[in-house]
Design a protein around this ligand. Structure first.
Ligand code: SAM
Ligand code: ZN
Length: 191
C-alpha cells in the first residue's frame, strides 16, 4: 500500500513536470500570446527569429486516426451549428496517429492562418513543430497556412489575413489553382 502511494506520487510529479515542459515554461520561449487584430488570440514573436528556427511544438492528446477523425467530425458538426465555434485542433502526426491539440497546455493552437505565412508545420522526429520559413521581426504575429483542402465546404472558411496575395479563403496553396479555375468558371457562368 505504502509502495503504491509512493509510486503514484512520483508518477503524478513526473506527469506535471512533463506538462510544464511541454508548456514551454521550463524552456526559453520565443513567442507570446495576445489578442490578434485578425481573429481572437494569436501568437507573436518575442524576439527576432531567424529563418528555419523551430518555434513551438504542437502538443496535445496523441490519438489513433479513428479517434482523431471522430473528434474532428464532432468539432465540425459543432462549427456548423455555431459559426463562432469553427476551430478544429486535430493534426495529422503520421499514418497511425493524430494529435488533438485542444488542450490547455497547447499554445500553438492559437496561431492564425495566412496566405502569406512566416511559418510552416513540420513533422520532426515524430513531433509536430511550427518553424519559421523567413526572418520574423520581434513583435510580428506568427502565421502558417492551415492547408485546408479545396472541398465542398471551402466557402465556409473565409480568410481575413489581409495579405496582398490573400485568396479570400483559408486554403492550402497547393489548391489555389483549383480555386482560380473555379472562380473563372463561376464568373463566366454569371455573365
Ligand atoms: C485554431 S484557431 C486559431 C486561434 C484563434 N485565433 C483563437 O483565438 O482561438 C482557428 C480559427 O481561427 C480563425 N482564423 C484563423 N486564421 C484566420 C484567418 N486568416 N482569417 C479568418 N479567420 C481565421 C478561424 O475561425 C479558425 O477556425
Ligand atoms: Zn488570406
Amino acid at each position: 500500500m505504502f509502495l503504491y502511494i509512493k509510486v503514484s506520487f512520483y508518477n503524478t510529479i513526473y506527469y506535471y513536470m512533463c506538462v510544464l515542459y511541454k508548456n514551454n515554461s521550463m524552456t526559453q520561449k520565443i513567442w507570446f500570446k495576445k489578442k490578434s487584430p485578425l481573429h481572437g488570440s494569436g501568437l507573436f514573436a518575442k524576439t527576432n527569429i531567424k529563418k528555419g528556427q523551430k518555434i513551438i511544438q504542437y502538443i496535445g492528446d496523441k490519438v489513433t486516426k479513428r479517434e482523431g477523425d471522430k473528434r474532428a467530425d464532432k468539432q465540425i458538426r459543432k462549427a456548423k451549428k455555431d459559426k463562432n465555434n469553427g476551430m478544429v485542433y486535430v493534426f495529422e502526426l503520421n499514418k497511425r496517429y493524430d494529435i488533438d491539440g485542444d488542450v490547455d497546455y497547447n499554445f500553438a493552437k492559437f496561431i492564425n492562418h495566412s496566405c502569406n505565412p512566416n511559418c510552416e508545420v513540420d513533422i520532426i522526429d515524430n513531433e509536430i513543430w511550427i518553424s519559421s520559413i523567413k526572418r520574423i521581426k520581434k513583435g510580428a504575429e506568427l502565421f502558417y497556412n492551415y492547408g485546408y483542402p479545396f472541398d465542398t465546404d471551402f466557402v465556409d472558411h473565409i480568410c481575413k489575413c489581409g495579405s496582398r496575395n490573400c485568396v479570400g479563403y483559408i486554403l492550402s496553396d497547393n489548391d489555389w489553382p483549383k480555386l482560380k479555375k473555379y472562380e473563372k468558371k463561376t464568373k463566366t457562368k454569371s455573365k
